[in-house]
Design a protein around this ligand. Structure first.
Ligand code: HEM
Length: 130
């Protein structure tokens, strides 16, 4: 889906950290987070961007198989809720940025179809907190 998980994942994270600087508070162990330029070069941001987008690519490949899709999403959601303690409002923020990036790169039709996927991801991630 996202052919270059590292480049696309990095672009999403840099935009999230720049437009919503409070999201950086979960990444205090990342160095070089003061400017977008620094973040784009950071091995930590690039590595994390790749991990996030590789997970999304995995989920997209299992959209037709609920058990497999949730098999990837549920443990991730558990980790974000209990260990990382991410405020779930941030899932909507990152999903909206993913959609913006898709629209910029591939146009509105692509955004509209991917919206179903991000909605699915956001809903399940948020439900884990209930
Ligand atoms: C870790 C995916 C949203 C903060 C991770 C990992 C993945 C991932 C695959 C690595 C897990 C592991 O190593 O076991 C996702 C996906 C998201 C999402 C698919 C939504 C589409 C967020 C948001 C935040 C966040 C919105 C905070 C604003 C973190 C943090 C870590 C992490 C702090 C640990 C990073 C580290 O210590 O290296 N995430 N994530 N995630 N995520 Fe997320």
């Amino acid at each position: 889906m996202f052919v270059d998980a590292e480049d696309n994942g990095t672009a999403v994270l840099v935009r999230m950290f720049t437009e919503h600087p409070d999201t950086k508070s979960y990444f205090t162990h990342f160095k070089g987070m003061d400017s977008a330029e620094e973040m784009k070069q950071s091995d930590q941001v690039r590595g994390h961007g790749k991990r996030v987008f590789t997970a999304i690519n995995d989920m997209v490949q299992h959209l037709d198989n609920t058990e497999a899709f949730l098999g990837i999403l549920n443990p991730l959601g558990q980790k974000h809720a209990t260990q990382l303690k991410i405020d779930p409002k941030n899932f909507r923020i990152i999903c909206d940025i993913i959609l913006q990036l898709m629209e910029e790169k591939f146009g509105g039709d692509c955004k509209a179809s991917f919206e179903k996927v991000t909605n699915e991801i956001c809903t399940h991630l948020t439900n884990i907190y209930k």
